[in-house]
Design a protein around this ligand. Structure first.
Ligand code: PAF
Length: 285
């Protein structure tokens, strides 16, 4: 069932709650791929009813980012969801979510702002305000759908950690279910933005997963010094890569790590053919 309004979703949720059914939410920005489908599959297995939101959230895009050209494929998304057993595809307009005028400037909207310590690093450094937009929309979706479980991919690991923190700090009654990264057989992590890559870019993009896997191998052979592990990345990079960051952080609280351990997650962001790609890996097996 495709629904565009908050009121209609609420009506349906009320009925399901009355029946005591469990509700799963998979928040997405659409352009669904096998990565999203793995979250949806998990949700359908775990919950009585599943809502997938499809909303390209304008307030999480920074000026100059790809808001206008972000792929919008609602018809195909709806078909994929139906085939996967989703009960509601919730696809609101920006006006439905934020009102007609509220997005003009931040002054007009109540935001959920995650702690500075969690956002002044990794993607938050170059995407200033991005996680405010993510937390605000995810909080709104939680309020609208009131899910028992919400499913997020580990591909956006910083996002996942920040959302878990928000849920804990604000006592939101939802359980966050992290889902593993889905990769092409080449190793490339699936992303809606892969659509922007040419065939050659896609080959160059393999550097990200190669760097991460190589670091994990080195760690498993006993190298724990982060600077030494970082050094290993350079043999995979060439003039086609614009490395934004390669960072080692504690998987639970995004503390910077100097000596790698099993709880260390390695995060990488790199532009390939002008497309900003991210990936990450946990050093523990
Ligand atoms: O990960 C995404 O696709 C988005 O950041 C999310 C969680 C759907 C919020 O817009």
């Amino acid at each position: 069932m495709l629904i565009h309004t908050i009121a209609e979703v609420r009506e349906q949720i009320k009925l399901w709650k009355k029946e005591g059914l469990t509700i799963g939410l998979v928040p997405t920005m659409g352009a669904l791929h096998a990565g999203h489908l793995s979250l949806i599959k998990k949700a359908v297995e775990k919950c009585d009813k599943v809502v997938v939101s499809v909303f390209v959230n304008p307030i999480q895009f920074c000026p100059g980012e790809d808001l206008d050209k972000y792929p919008r494929t609602l018809e195909a998304d709806q078909k994929l969801c139906e085939d996967a057993g989703v009960n509601i595809v919730f696809a609101p307009s920006p006006a439905e979510m934020y009102g007609e005028n509220q997005m003009r400037t931040n002054d007009f909207l109540t935001y959920v702002i995650p702690p500075f310590f969690y956002v002044n690093k990794l993607c938050g450094k170059s995407r200033v305000g991005h996680f405010d937009g993510v937390c605000t929309v995810v909080n709104k979706l939680f309020n609208i759908v009131q899910p028992d479980f919400a499913f997020f991919g580990q591909k956006d690991a910083q996002q996942l950690i920040i959302i878990k923190k928000m849920v804990k700090d604000l006592n939101i009654p939802v359980e966050i279910i992290p889902c593993p990264i889905v990769r092409e057989s080449s190793g490339l992590a699936l992303s809606s933005r892969n659509k922007y890559l040419s065939d050659d870019d896609k080959i160059q993009a393999l550097a990200l997963s190669k760097i991460l896997n190589n670091i994990k191998n080195c760690y498993q052979k006993g190298i724990t010094d982060v600077e030494a592990l970082k050094e290993t990345a350079y043999s995979f990079l060439n003039e086609n890569h614009d490395l934004e960051y390669l960072e080692f952080m504690d998987e639970n609280n995004l503390d910077e790590v100097k000596k790698a351990n099993d709880n260390t997650r390695v995060f990488i962001a790199c532009k390939v053919g002008g497309v900003r790609l991210i990936d990450n890996i946990l050093l523990k097996d």
